[in-house]
Design a protein around this ligand. Structure first.
Ligand SMILES: [Fe+2]
Length: 693
């Protein structure tokens, strides 16, 4: 047994989280004020949720809006059974207008690895739906840990029935194989919303749903963004009215982390970037953090005092941010205050085998050099999505490139483009303070698997246009490989190398990254460099497809010119095919020669026999068109990650099983010894993701 938290420590912990405490008494009571109550889901329209389980406590959440008044009292009850015959804790909980009638409760003195049920009742005896939650196993629990990871749900443009499939499979799984929690790696909401009349043609394959109207929204191009905390609250409410998402939150504890869209599409620190203009928006950053705090039960730290019921946002103004420290952090006081309003990075432990280190990739990062207007000179329509890798490396490293001797300019075909990063510090995504925390936790973790919950991908994404046969198109303007501008750790070469060489240097094994953001499934090995440089992986790395947001393949189907000379590298239509196929998967895994052969013969095996072995020794699987979710089973001896992919979720499938699967593929890794190379073994269990292999 681990040391149990005392009641006094528990109350202090709840206060620090801004949550109302409820302490489970040992004896199980049979009487309940809510016994005579009746369920009124309409009065709790966003349902219930739980989050961030520890072995002895978990956060519980609901929203009960009232038309009038400033605050109201609910009763929260926690039971050992779903009929609430064995209530083990109950306490009053306040909802108030100042927190948009949301309610955060920390239930404590619970047993580890145990399923509980909970509900909320108002003073009229009207109850919420019943939620189910699960505490984490104790630190000495040697049983395998099972969890799901997801990202990128877009209620404006798609359907969330991937969650329906997840529920269906979990209900049918043996007790020991059920999910302990759902790690949500961000884009829980998309703050950019198209009103249906803005785009009568819809978005790619999708019709636009009329889900929200921002009271104070700003219209940019043909979409709308929130500007106030009420606007951000409105988008969370709209999302939580989705039946599949709401049922998932009622079934498992979620462990959520924001990515970019919880604040702003191309946002970083307190900046918003629209129409090539970077604008300081400290007030919107605080508003986004406040709504996140109110709608996501998580163990995160707010700066706004110790109130249990309210966020108490710090006052900020939108002031220009012009001075940056050596890590690119804007020193303007309102920027620093806005970033500190909510600190999301944190570590959590499940039994002997899983320590989850969750990082914030958006609040502390320096400006993405590849998003700067000057970087547009490295992009060309002749090679869609591709940028010379050497340019990405020079722009990432800034003044430390080549041992402190960065070039004045970078060749691009017969042009020389100025190195606008020559005087600037290398890019950081984590920022100095968070990175120190992260590396320390990695080093001191005693869990079998050190799991990096990185909201953005870290696997290199590259192609080999230098191997194109002459005459097909203009010559590739780069010197070697081409990278994609992913804006994540795959382009942050310096920082990624720092992290991976730390992992190697400290002899850390069981290093596994789980990520989202890319709207695509990826499985591979974590390596700081690829051939022709050394290839020396230090861990395993996975990226989950989106729950519903459109991916690159769908965008290409609508945007790539039918007569583009390189179309076969992205969307193949071999003889006999009646619709385009995602050749871009093969491009990233095997290279241009395989794609051209596949276009000619439609024979995937023959195409793969022309694979460029140097291109992607780090990758086992890529699907740039897949949607769904991933699960992990982590034990003393192995890690298994399963991708559950559904067809494009354009329309909701209301079936109990969530509709058909596209494929199911599992990657298994035995725990490796210090200094040994991790290995991935792949098995396709259902379907045939033919171009992803
Ligand atoms: Fe996303």
């Amino acid at each position: 047994m681990t040391d149990r938290v005392t009641r006094r420590e528990f109350l202090a912990a709840a206060a620090a989280l801004g949550a109302t405490p409820v302490w489970a008494a040992g004896a199980k009571s049979k009487s309940s004020r809510a016994a005579s109550s009746h369920e009124r889901r309409d009065l709790f329209p966003e349902g219930v949720a739980s989050g961030d389980p520890h072995p002895d406590s978990v956060l519980l959440w609901t929203r009960r809006p009232f038309e009038t008044g400033e605050q109201a009292r609910l009763l929260v009850e926690v039971a050992a059974d779903d009929d609430f015959k064995q209530i083990i804790a109950s306490a009053p909980a306040i909802v108030c207008a100042a927190s948009d009638w949301t309610c955060r409760v920390l239930a404590g003195n619970l047993e580890p690895a145990t399923v509980y049920w909970y509900r909320f009742t108002d003073e009229m005896g009207q109850t919420s739906r019943v939620g189910r939650t699960i505490t984490a196993p104790a630190a000495d629990d040697a049983r395998p840990v099972k969890f799901a990871f997801v990202s990128c749900q877009n209620v404006n443009q798609g359907s969330q029935h991937a969650y329906r499939r997840m529920i269906f499979e979990d209900e049918r799984a043996p007790q020991a194989e059920r999910l302990g929690f759902v790690l949500h790696l961000g884009d829980f909401i998309y703050e950019i919303v198209w009103y249906p009349e803005d785009r009568p043609q819809g978005m790619y394959d999708r019709k636009l749903r009329d889900i929200v109207r921002y009271e104070r929204g700003e219209k940019i191009q043909d979409f709308h963004i929130p500007t106030t905390v009420d606007d951000y609250r409105a988008i969370y409410r709209a999302y939580l009215h989705d039946p599949d998402l709401q049922d998932a939150r009622a079934r498992w504890p979620f462990v959520p982390m924001w990515d970019n869209h919880e604040f702003s599409w191309r946002g970083w620190q307190s900046f918003q970037v629209f129409d090539s203009a970077t604008r300081p928006q400290q007030t919107r950053k605080v508003a986004a953090m406040q709504a996140w705090f109110e709608y996501q039960p998580a163990r995160i730290r707010k700066s706004g005092g110790t109130s249990l019921e309210r966020f108490d946002p710090p006052k900020v103004v939108n002031a220009p941010i012009t001075r940056f420290d050596a890590h690119g952090l804007g020193q303007e006081p309102n920027n620093l205050t806005a970033l500190a309003s909510l600190t999301g990075y944190r570590a959590m432990r499940w039994g002997r085998h899983v320590e989850l280190l969750i990082t914030d990739q958006r609040s502390y990062r320096s400006e993405d050099p590849n998003s700067r207007p000057e970087a547009q000179d490295f992009a060309t329509k002749d090679f869609p999505e591709l940028i010379p890798q050497e340019a990405l490396e020079v722009l990432d490293a800034g003044r430390i490139y080549a041992g402190g001797k960065p070039p004045d300019s970078i060749a691009f075909g017969d042009k020389q483009i100025a190195n606008f990063r020559k005087q600037e510090p290398p890019q950081t995504i984590l920022g100095a303070e968070q990175k120190t925390w992260f590396l320390n936790r990695l080093k001191t973790s005693t869990a079998t698997w050190k799991v990096w919950g990185n909201t953005t991908g870290a696997l290199d994404c590259r192609a080999d246009p230098k191997n194109l046969p002459p005459g097909l198109t203009v010559p590739w303007p780069g010197k070697g490989y081409a990278g994609f501008n992913s804006g994540d750790h795959s382009n942050a070469y310096v920082e990624r190398a720092e992290i991976y060489s730390f992992v190697r240097g400290e002899g850390i094994t069981g290093f596994a990254t789980v990520a989202g953001d890319r709207h695509s499934f990826w499985a591979g090995l974590a390596a700081e460099t690829l051939p022709p440089k050394a290839f020396d992986p230090v861990g395993i790395s996975f990226i989950v497809g989106s729950i519903s947001a459109p991916g690159l393949v769908e965008a290409l189907e609508h945007q790539l010119a039918k007569d583009h000379p390189l179309r076969a590298l992205y969307l193949a239509k071999p003889p006999g095919a009646n619709r385009p196929q995602p050749a871009v998967n093969m491009l990233l895994r095997h290279g241009v020669r395989s794609c051209l052969e596949y276009q000619k013969s439609g024979d995937a095996d023959r195409a793969r026999s022309l694979s460029n072995p140097e291109l992607a020794p780090h990758l086992s699987f890529v699907d740039m068109g897949g949607h769904g979710y991933a699960t992990v089973r982590a034990s003393a001896t192995e890690w298994e990650c399963e991708f559950v992919c559904i067809p494009r979720p354009v329309e909701r499938v209301a079936r109990r099983d969530g509709g058909p699967l596209a494929y199911r593929v599992v990657h298994r890794t035995p725990l490796w010894n210090k200094g040994a190379r991790p290995q991935l073994e792949q098995r396709v269990l259902e379907g045939n993701p033919v171009l992803s292999l």
